[in-house]
Design a binder for this molecule. Structure first.
Ligand code: GTP
Ligand code: MG
Length: 196
């Protein structure tokens, strides 16, 4: 499966009034700060610098809407659980993310991103519970797989699957491992698969 043809940043929204008006199917990426959400978007799009990445956690502070081809939109959510951001700002993001996830009509699925090396945090578990309750199609992408030995992949994926009770795709933004599986999941949920 090839990468998307066309991808661009539509808008960085700091308030709900800035969410774009369109009929694209939206897939949101949620996860702890610094876990690799923006890198995942870049890998999927086959572009190095579409989404800003950084070693400094808390880089993505707005909801970033990326238009993909004709009918898809990826939404990069600010990372949750980042302590060094002032509490008032964290609450503001929290509210905005919450509002987005609970009211956004275009939202058809959520990719929850975790670091394959670490057990899911309390916030990860809360997010997973919430997604299940809401009944929204959701998948876990366990990223940074290149940072552990291949022999540990299955064990880690199984443990994360047990903790979050969701299907898990192992992924690496460095090697591209798992990218096809994520592409396929997005296409099936967003209905953007190739019709023949
Ligand atoms: P926030 O915007 O702060 O929420 O972070 P984010 O989740 O968007 O993370 P980002 O994509 O900026 O990546 C954070 C750091 O992890 C960067 O230094 C990336 O280069 C690194 N990184 C992301 N994915 C991978 C991966 O699959 N493998 C390796 N080795 N490093 C990765
Ligand atoms: Mg980011």
């Amino acid at each position: 499966m090839r990468s998307w043809q066309d991808a661009y940043l539509m808008v960085s929204a700091a308030a709900a009034s800035q969410f774009p008006r369109h009929e694209r199917a939206e897939i949101a990426l949620a996860g702890r700060s610094n876990v690799g959400k923006s890198s995942l978007i870049n890998r999927l799009a086959g572009r190095k610098n579409l989404a800003r990445t950084s070693q400094t956690p808390g880089k993505t502070r707005t909801l970033n809407f990326y238009a993909i081809d004709e009918r898809l939109c990826l939404v990069d959510l600010p990372g949750y659980g980042f302590a060094r951001v002032p509490k008032s700002e964290r609450m503001r993001w929290g509210k905005l993310i919450d509002e987005y996830l609970t009211t956004r009509e275009q939202l058809v699925g959520v990719i929850q991103v975790v670091d394959v090396r670490h057990p899911p945090s309390e916030l990860d578990v809360m997010m997973a519970d919430w997604l299940r309750q809401r009944g929204l199609p959701a998948i876990v992408v366990a990223t940074k797989a290149d940072k552990i030995a291949r022999g540990r992949w299955k064990g880690r994926a199984d443990a994360i699957q047990r903790d979050l009770e969701m299907p898990v795709i192992l992924f690496s933004a460095v090697t591209g491992e798992g990218a096809q599986a994520v592409h396929r999941w997005i296409a099936s949920v967003a209905g953007t698969g190739k019709k023949s």
